[in-house]
Design a protein around this ligand. Structure first.
Ligand SMILES: Cc1ncc(COP(=O)(O)O)c(C=O)c1O
Length: 373
């Protein structure tokens, strides 16, 4: 038996007629760029994500660049972000000529630690070296960051707050989406993401009218009221109409899939919780989208090898935190240090996770994982 780490085929089998009908309609109408499906998707994403404005764009990385360009982030300004994340979170800060300042994670949730954030902000403030611009919190593995603690800090120091929800679109904290606490939230529609398309795609969500208008201009080369009078330097970062048509049926079952992912996670937790194996911890009040189900085990490589023998794939997100990667090691870590990030990195390993993982397969994975220890 072969098990998929993320099974996109099962979802496709469920939605294929609607997806094919959507693609056919786009081909018949020929409005490949910014067609009506893009607008419809943006409206439906706004309803789903409790946002006033949603703008589709080319990918989840651009979704982070659009607001930075719209805000004209000053060169050399500090932006605080975790190091235990995909590189794109820090990359977009560096691309803008700003400085990523790495903040440690909470040891339980793997998301940005509010105490470490305060220490990092105080450290930069005391040094007087850099202007401070903003904070990018990441909803890692699908779990909302602790915005109830982070947002007051951002406000206290006058910093913009961005939710990099590339992995966590759909996560809620006490019933609210991350945007409720932030200036802006982003997502990625990379195929393996909880809400993914069949190519690259992304979106930004905001309640700020002026920011939405500026980002709308940035995503089309800095367009002005007249298409050929560009008023700012921008990008070509639109979401393809075909990808929007693929996302529409996927969005219609997304809530249902989040529930199914939570069932899988609960069953994994019940079956795997033990002294030898640390199961993921979700903050009280959070519904995670479970982009990844990540365990900690004493020897992840040996664990992975044993599971592989039984046809069970695993993956390690992330074996190397961003602050030690070659392109980023010269950027500063916050004054709080990186002890928690460095402590978990040697033990993390992720199991297959998707909404269509049946109970027999889950049981087989649980038994094999237990035996591997
Ligand atoms: C936390 C995070 N931010 C940003 C991105 C970038 O998204 P994309 O690959 O769509 O550019 C990803 C993608 O993996 C991610 O995991």
């Amino acid at each position: 038996m072969s098990i998929d780490f993320i099974d996109l085929k099962a979802q496709q089998a469920r939605l294929r007629p609607q997806i094919m009908a959507g693609i056919d309609k786009v081909l018949a109408e020929g409005r490949y760029i910014m067609g009506p499906e893009v607008k419809e998707l943006e409206q439906k994403l706004a309803d789903f994500g409790q946002a006033k404005h949603v703008l589709g764009c080319a990918n989840g990385t651009d979704a982070l660049i659009l607001p930075m360009m719209a805000w004209k982030i000053p060169r050399g300004a500090a932006v605080f972000c975790p190091s235990f994340t995909y590189c794109a979170t820090a990359e977009i800060i560096a691309i803008m000529g700003a400085i990523p300042v790495f903040v440690d994670i909470d040891r339980e949730t793997y998301n940005m630690c509010p105490h470490s954030l305060r220490a990092a902000i105080e450290g930069v403030k005391a040094s007087g070296d850099m202007e401070m611009f903003g904070v990018i919190a990441v909803d890692l593995f699908g779990q909302s960051a602790n915005y109830e603690a982070i947002a007051p800090l951002a406000r206290e120091y006058g910093l913009k707050l961005i939710a990099d929800s590339a992995q966590g679109f759909g996560t809620t904290l006490n019933g609210q989406h991350p945007l409720a606490w932030c200036d802006l939230a982003t997502t990625s529609f990379f195929p393996a993401k909880p809400l993914g398309c069949y190519g690259d795609g992304g979106a930004v969500l905001t309640n700020d009218d002026a920011l939405a208008a500026a980002m709308d201009s940035v995503r089309v080369h800095g367009k002005g009221a007249d298409k050929y009078d560009n008023v700012r330097i921008g990008l070509n970062s639109r979401l393809d109409t075909i990808q929007a048509a693929i996302l529409l049926p996927k969005l219609s079952v997304f809530s249902d899939e989040i529930q199914a992912r939570n069932k899988v996670a609960a069953r994994y937790n019940d079956g795997l919780r033990s002294k030898a194996m640390r199961v993921p911890m979700v903050l009280e009040g959070v519904v995670s989208t479970w982009a990844q189900y990540t365990l900690e085990v004493p020897d992840p490589m040996a664990f992975a090898a044993t599971l592989k023998e039984k046809g069970i794939p695993t993956a390690r997100y992330y074996p190397k935190p961003v602050h030690v990667q070659t392109a980023y090691s010269h950027y500063p870590c916050g004054a709080g240090g990186m002890a928690n990030t460095e402590d978990c990195i040697g033990n993390i390993i992720s199991l297959p996770m998707h909404p269509y993982l049946d109970e027999n397969t889950q049981d087989m994975i649980i038994e094999t994982a237990k035996a591997a220890l």
